[in-house]
Design a protein around this ligand. Sequence first.
Ligand code: FEO
Length: 410
Amino acid sequence: MKPIEIAKGIYDVGVMDWNISDFHGYSTPYGTSYNSYLIVDDKVALVDTVKSEFADELFYNISQVIDPKNIDMVVSNHTEMDHSGSLARVMHRIGQDKPVYCSKLGLKNLGRHFRQDLNYRAVASGQELSLGRRNLTFMETRMVHWPDSMFTYLKEDRILFSSDGFGQHYAGHEKFDDQIGDAIMVHAKKYFANILLLYAPLILKLVNQVQEMGLPIDMICPDHGVIWRKDPGKIIEAYARWSNQETRRKAIVVYDTMWHSTEQMANAIASGISSQGVDVRPMYLRKWHRSDIMTEVLDARAIVVGSPTLNNTLFPTLADILTYMKGLKPQNKIGAAFGSYGWSGEAVKLIEAELEAMKFDMVKPGMRIQYVPDDSGLDACYAFGQKIGQAVIEQESASAVRNITTNTSL
Ligand code: FEO
């Protein structure tokens, strides 16, 4: 990739990873990018590096702007190796004694990643660093999404270098939000649902903090995907909405099946849900990747989960998605379970226990059918779906009443 001058004297010298399709368990059919930013001022700063195997491409990109040896410092906003993987090689090339600015926890974590004793300099929130005509301000963003994470703000250009925050796993010829339009939002939503959802309360606090500080922001430059320059407020508002875990009139029916019985149940339940005016999508686990399911979970109000009983327990794909979902801590959900069984039939109870552990409001009892559903079994599944659909509508009315009460008390 040729470096792109994103503002006068500021370049994206990062790389595209067109071929990655699995990013530690997250499906990335569009690949991703590792953005790295070069700020050429009286002093030259490099903000974040790239995954180790792309180090040569990073050097090539930098070389088209300046000799890499002229970089005076590196800012490491985040220790995860897709951004720090080339750090040791960069320091070897530019000079081991040059400073690497990072958060206090970055200091600790970078030291646990690299054997070289680099010249780390820990910075605190609000601390400023002059590059000459421009100034960097650091902002710790602990657990968004690692302990070491921080943002760096370039005051004079009103640019926020936001590390993973506001990123998307997307590689494309477009470098800015205005070049791709709304099509980028699905990638941003998927990123939030799979990487950041667990930290939603902290993100909400951070978004509020940024809004209260009234920081003028002309551009948000994440470490993955496109840069937000047309309307940075749009992604900030989306983060506020996603962090609030707002749901809509929508249900998903996640299931696996052995001999199509649980599949027939899933489709009948989905039909019953739909009859109540609720958007619904059956999601067969051997068609849908767990990370795409999580994207749908983010704004769904009901999560209905179905599994056959295999060896007295859940089907393995269900154990996978339930473990993954539990870790990401979705909230404000209605849950329900179903499944076909042959003789012991433990799966439905096991799913219910998992959904209850996630604090979902359950529609119980779950629906179990022995072997193959007949017409009356399918009717029962349809009725179960209707009950779930009604619960979705009722929860919406209850939260509307809550909102009215809250607003009145204000
Ligand atoms: Fe893109 Fe948390 O690394």
